[in-house]
Ligand binder design. Sequence first.
Ligand code: KIV
Ligand code: ZN
Length: 520
Amino acid sequence: MRRVLVLDTTLRDGEQVPGAKLNLYEKLEIAGQLRNLNVDILEAGFPSSSPGDFKAVEEIAKKIGGKMMITALARAVKSDIDAVHDSVKHAQKPLIHIVLGTSNVHVEKKLRKTRDQILAQGVEAVKYAKSLLPDVQYSTEDASRSDFEYLWETIEAVVKAGATMINIPDTVGYAVPEEFGDLVRRINERLKNLNPNVILSVHCHNDTGLATANTLAAIKNGADKVECTINGIGERAGNAALEEVVMGLFLRKDYYQATTGIKTTEIKKTSRLVSSLMGLDVQVNKAITGDNAFAHSSGIHQDGLLKSRDAYEVIHPEDVGVKEMEIILTARSGRHAVKNALAQVGFNDYTPEEFEQIFAEFLKLADAKKEVYNHDLFHIVKSTVKRNNTEVFGVQELYELVDMQVIINNNFPSASVKIKKGNEILVSSSIGDGAVDALYTALREGTGIMLDLLEYKLNSISRGKEALGRVTIKVSYKGKDYTAKAIDTDILKASALAFVNAVNMAVVEDMLSKQGQMVG
Ligand code: KIV
Ligand code: ZN
């Protein structure tokens, strides 16, 4: 099986996204996580663009490198190549990456030179880079719109000048898979004849949503290396998403006869880090890293999955570092899914009549609320099944938000909450750095459960004045992470409910583990 190399350019092409600028420490954190992900080559920046970028590349090369190759981008001019060399030379395995266009529009209109002049400039640049370092990559910018013979003439000349990697970019996302695959195959045949040690690479942009497909077509046709970004971020519509290309190969190695060295279980963590540090949300239905990528809401699918996971799951969430598939309880969920969720909250012992009553109540709530959570089921069971709660669940009660008040001002944002647990009423007030902070501190103190907030996300999920806000939080309690959601027209109330939901998840889980210990 062929091993395809992966270059990650999140910190160079990805960081070009408007508003996604990172500071030095954030870049170092992402670079460290890319090393955990086991990428083969990390493109750390464009050092001639600014002193800050130079410093970041230099620090990454000094502190992060290891067996991962570190590179940075240079135009085919001496000063850019010097900046790359001076910044990457500290790495154990440094690489200089040079880019120069080969299409007519680049040669004639952008660079305003003749083809011969550009070819000579490229050769000179490679020779100079080669005098500094043994490993040099040459990118023929806009290759997919270039005249094939001129493209090949350029590749041949720069390989003879010492380039060790040739990168074929689909700079503007113009390529289509069959044609791009064919281009790669033709270049590969000639290149392997010319020098079998030179690595053939591709770099695809996503302007028509084909970046992953084009990259995979290139692999099928002999590409030895692919350039990607995490979550597919990058210039305009972005670059080929690393997680999609890697998992595409992982799933269909039988077809591609190729694998990567990526540690796939680090994918979700890397995606979250890039998304939160760059402030770029991942589309919920994004392949592999979107929130819904392993969530199932159709009743037919839920039933199939509960009978056999492979009915609707080709990639296991654990393979990409997602804890488990998610069965979302909605009005479309069937009896099988609801029984499964009841078992998760520790309730297995019901009569058929009791279950039908629970299911009817569940449907009413699901119609009103969109999504039903496990602790909602607890309340349904509590109000439907007329038995002692301790007997039913092994736990007396969950928390309920009764009332809240939040005061927002410049000096002391503050919050007061009233929470119910069984017959007990708990009240608490706090100030905070902002409204949500004050609210969460009051809730922590009120419940006495010290959850650490790891992530807070607010999305608008409908339009108009009555718009619904969905708050998703990730919290940690006793070293375990829980993700809880809540929906409301009032975003502060949604924030409080998400917190209470997370507390209840922890309580239910505590209760289940105690039951397990008792049984064990
Ligand atoms: O899109 C592109 O052509 C590039 C090159 C620098 C590889 O980003
Ligand atoms: Zn690019």
